[in-house]
Design a protein around this ligand. Structure first.
Ligand code: ZN
Length: 314
């Protein structure tokens, strides 16, 4: 047991590391045993959580981690990279460019920024009407406080290997296909498809019953990417970037969210009522029971403003 994540056997040779909400790890990770090599997908938001992931991968597979794949550039999927000192780190070329363009902030500036985020989150928690929203805020605050404490120790490590569309790691027992269908959640989102095991590791392109953050990437492309996953990839188990291990049913739920919430915000913006009026109504069905419900507020405000300015959403 560790405070950051729980390990689940998803298929022969594939494990999901599902984070404990509020522990600071924040984004799920996965471990793949290819037979003669070991792969880790995403490395959490904290080096100390990543260290435990590395130990778990070595113990489960009996081998050092040869490859680490980062699905996208959000910190909760790569701040732990630094512990994988002897591994090759793989991302799309675009993800690597995003990370190198955005110069790492100084420790001080980063801590100051996080303090401001925590203050805003505290206000959100105080204003939250229902228990679900209060819990979501409390977890996010705890996650951000854990990151704040870790900041002086985090060293940004970017990919040593990049790819454009697809690369295949051939193992003696199974193969891992690392691929992208473009950018939806961010400018570039990668997935890892373990066809022999019937598993897709989807990063944040597909979550299970958890509000996805829509503020970067392309909302225009995202539903089409999820549709394409359903059409082209055969798998029965899906490891999402956030939420519990799921199956193909999350594809349809995700597409529904990605189309219904912008439509809801579009109608809200056209109604003449304020943002606050609509937010008081809470999360619309059938998404009211989804986790990380504070993210709905971020999504809604952003979409509402875009529609208000008559820009539509990209
Ligand atoms: Zn993300």
């Amino acid at each position: 047991m560790n405070p950051f994540f729980n390990l689940h056997t998803v298929a022969d040779g594939v494990w999901a590391a599902i984070v404990v909400p509020g522990s600071g790890a924040l984004g799920n990770a996965a471990i793949i045993d290819l037979g003669d090599s070991t792969v880790v997908v995403d490395t959490f938001s904290l080096p100390q959580a990543a260290e435990l992931l590395k130990q778990a991968a070595e113990k489960l597979t009996g081998k050092p981690v040869q490859y680490v794949i980062n699905t996208h550039y959000h910190g909760d999927h790569h701040y732990g990279n630094q512990v994988f000192t002897n591994s090759q780190i793989i991302t799309t070329g675009i993800t690597r460019d995003c990370l190198t363009k955005e110069a790492a902030p100084t420790t001080e500036a980063w801590q100051e920024g996080l303090q401001q985020v925590i203050t805003t989150l505290e206000k959100g928690r105080q204003a939250a009407q229902d228990n679900r929203l209060q819990t979501a805020f409390a977890n996010e605050i705890a996650d951000k406080k854990a990151l704040l404490r870790a900041v002086p120790d985090i060293r940004r490590v970017t990919a040593s290997i990049t790819f454009s569309d697809k690369m295949i790691i051939h193992g003696s027992a199974r193969t891992a296909t690392v691929l992208t269908f473009g950018g939806g959640h961010t400018e570039s989102d990668a997935m890892v498809y373990v066809e022999d095991a019937g598993v897709l590791i989807a990063g944040d392109l597909v979550l299970s019953r958890t509000h996805p953050a829509m503020l970067s990437g392309s909302l225009e492309n995202w539903p089409g990417i999820v549709e394409r996953i359903g059409r082209e990839l055969e798998f029965s188990k899906l490891i999402p970037g956030h939420g519990e291990v799921t199956d193909r049913s999350s594809l349809g739920e995700m597409i529904r969210y990605l189309t219904a919430i912008p439509e809801y915000a579009r109608q809200a913006a056209a109604s003449g009522e304020t943002e606050a009026y609509w937010l008081e109504g809470g999360v619309p069905e059938p998404f009211a029971a989804w986790e990380m419900s504070h993210v709905f507020g971020w999504n809604f405000r952003w979409l509402y403003q875009q529609y208000k300015q008559g820009e539509g959403v990209k």
